[in-house]
Design a protein around this ligand. Structure first.
Ligand code: AMP
Length: 541
């Protein structure tokens, strides 16, 4: 028997309408790339979304299901794009500005973006590849001065586009299972893969994170969105702020520790998100130059890489600020787990409590986890037995965009994360390692295999193996083991850096090289990364 409740679609339009009707007075504050501060209200943003919707439909010819790209920092107009593009039934496809030109070109052509909204300061990155982009009809300039010049074809200024449109627009009735946003993974050894979020998954993800057991957001909060809007829809924060009535603070390109501290102080931010590298930088800057007044910041939510225990302890002891660890993936919207203590932990010692908080944590309601061991059996929930983490839930991917990656999914409907984890009897998950040998530096993935094949294309190099090594600032960085074709040859680190800079951007290029006679191999002749890591840890390399 069917229930007798309304069929009320969970769409981003319902989030926008709710934010406007209940929290129209709440603020959106942008610290723009040119250093100016802009403040307006959810209600103002709502009206601009309607103008933008008119422009998308009537001026730019965007229709249901079209892809519209954004190549932009975090700021008010980028939030408007999230809502207006998906609001008309198109897909907001956020492009990671930190990828290589080749990857950006691939992503834009693969997703078939019809229009790209680009920040003026990022235009040079697109100018280089514009002739190779097959589907783009217009480039819309964000935050560009009137006299801005570019070689991009068919450009319009964002503010001009909005100025000529009406504030009257009726959102179409959308199906909650339709696509609303898309991000590409950059963590694979091959080309990036598109993850297509639905209205329903976006709504459920955002509304679940608000709860006290999860992200703990309310209409008393002012939230700083450090996670870029081009990375997994900024972890859903532009949506959850409208649902929870939290003021939104957007830092655009001001991501240096000192700039973040200044924004935290000036805007009286109470909650924020970010990868560990950001918070390591902020912590060390605050230690060097402690703020005169205690920050309003109560909690910072960290994910993307493991949150070091020492950082949780340092922030809490020195500044009374709480670090909360979350785990997720592009494929899981991203948030899947979060680690918080419960009343039953009250009697534990400080170090036992810290051990729990340093785990990746409990599944959100709407998410299921299991650990599958190498022999295919389910791992006991003893906090010790390791295996690959599988996940299923209302905001977990079921297939990649235009790609058949059946090996990422099980026949019984689980997504295989590639993370090697444990689950304890209370349901706390802990990441032990990755099945993939990727390097994650400053929150961004670096493919070791791509670096190896590029290095091995050098005429003097016979073998190259790349592993992640710990780094105080970036959490991880790449180290390359090099075997020369001719042992008497000479090659400098500088020569290799220069060689790689043709295909990789600076942060991806290893600065550490070790020259060896042979790379350790497994029994089937593959590079033995585990052994290389062991040799490095023991100081042999
Ligand atoms: P991405 O899709 O780029 O967000 O990367 C997802 C991967 O980041 C996961 O599969 C994990 O390997 C890693 N990751 C995310 N959150 C955490 C965390 N809290 N601790 C350790 N690793 C994490």
């Amino acid at each position: 028997m069917e229930g007798l409740m309304m069929d009320y679609p969970l769409t981003t339009n319902t989030i926008l309408e709710y934010g406007n009707s209940v929290y129209h007075h709440k603020k959106i504050i942008s610290h723009l790339p040119d250093g100016t501060r802009h403040e307006y209200r959810f209600g103002d943003m709502y009206k601009r979304c309607k103008r933008l919707a008119n422009a998308l439909v009537h001026k730019l010819g965007i229709t249901n299901g079209n892809m519209v790209g954004t190549f932009a920092w975090n700021h008010g107009p980028h939030v408007e794009l999230y809502y207006a593009i998906s609001g008309i039934g198109a897909v907001c496809q956020t492009i990671n500005i930190r990828l290589s030109s080749h990857q950006i070109e691939y992503i834009i052509n693969n997703s078939e973006d019809k229009v790209i909204f680009v920040d003026a300061t990022l235009v040079p990155l697109l100018e280089k590849i514009a002739p190779l982009l097959e589907t783009v009809e217009y480039y819309i300039l964000l935050n560009a001065p009137k006299d801005f010049t570019t070689t991009l074809p068919n450009t319009l200024h964002y503010e001009d586009l909005l100025a000529e449109q009406s504030e009257d627009f009726e959102w179409p009735k959308l199906n909650e299972n339709d696509a609303c946003g898309m991000c590409y993974t950059s963590g694979t050894t091959g080309l990036p893969k598109g993850v297509l979020y639905s209205h329903r998954s976006t709504f459920l993800h955002a509304s679940t994170i608000i709860s006290p057991n999860a992200g703990n957001f309310s209409n008393s909060d002012t939230v700083l969105l450090i996670v870029p809007q081009f990375h997994v829809m900024a972890w859903g924060f532009p949506y959850l702020c409208l649902l929870s009535g939290s003021n939104m603070v957007l830092p655009s390109s001001h991501l240096q520790p000192d700039s973040i501290i200044k924004i935290l102080q000036e805007e009286k931010v109470t909650k924020a998100n970010g990868v560990p590298t950001i918070w390591l930088g902020v912590y060390h800057a605050m230690k060097m130059n402690p703020p005169k007044d205690k920050l309003a910041l109560e909690e910072y939510l960290v994910g993307g890489s493991a949150l070091p225990k020492s950082l949780i302890e340092g922030f809490e002891k020195d500044f009374g600020i709480k670090g909360v660890q979350a785990w997720g993936m592009t494929e899981t919207s991203p948030l899947g787990t979060v680690s918080r203590l419960q009343p039953k932990h009250a009697h534990l010692s400080a170090s036992e409590k810290m051990d729990i908080r340093a785990k990746q944590g409990l599944a959100f309601p709407g998410v299921e986890l299991r650990i599958v061991m190498e022999d295919g059996t389910l791992a006991p929930t003893d906090g010790k037995s390791m295996g690959e983490l599988h996940i299923k839930g209302a905001w977990t991917i079921q297939a990649y965009f235009k790609t058949n990656n059946s090996e990422s999914f099980t026949e019984d409907g689980w997504f295989k994360t590639g993370d090697v984890c444990t689950l304890d009897e209370d349901g706390y998950m802990e990441i032990k390692d990755r099945t993939k040998d990727l390097i994650k530096s400053g929150g961004e993935w670096i493919s070791s295999v791509a670096l190896e094949s590029a290095l091995m294309a050098h005429p003097k190099i016979k073998e190259a193996a790349v592993i992640a090594i710990p780094d105080a600032k970036w959490v991880e960085k790449p180290l390359a083991l090099i075997v020369l074709v001719n042992q008497n040859d000479e090659i400098s680190d500088g020569e290799l850096i220069e060689f790689l800079s043709r295909d990789f951007v600076n942060y991806q290029i290893p600065k550490n090289y070790v020259y060896v006679h042979e790379v350790p191999k497994t029994s089937v002749g593959k590079f033995d990364k585990k052994e290389i890591r062991r040799l490095f840890a023991e100081g042999v390399l």
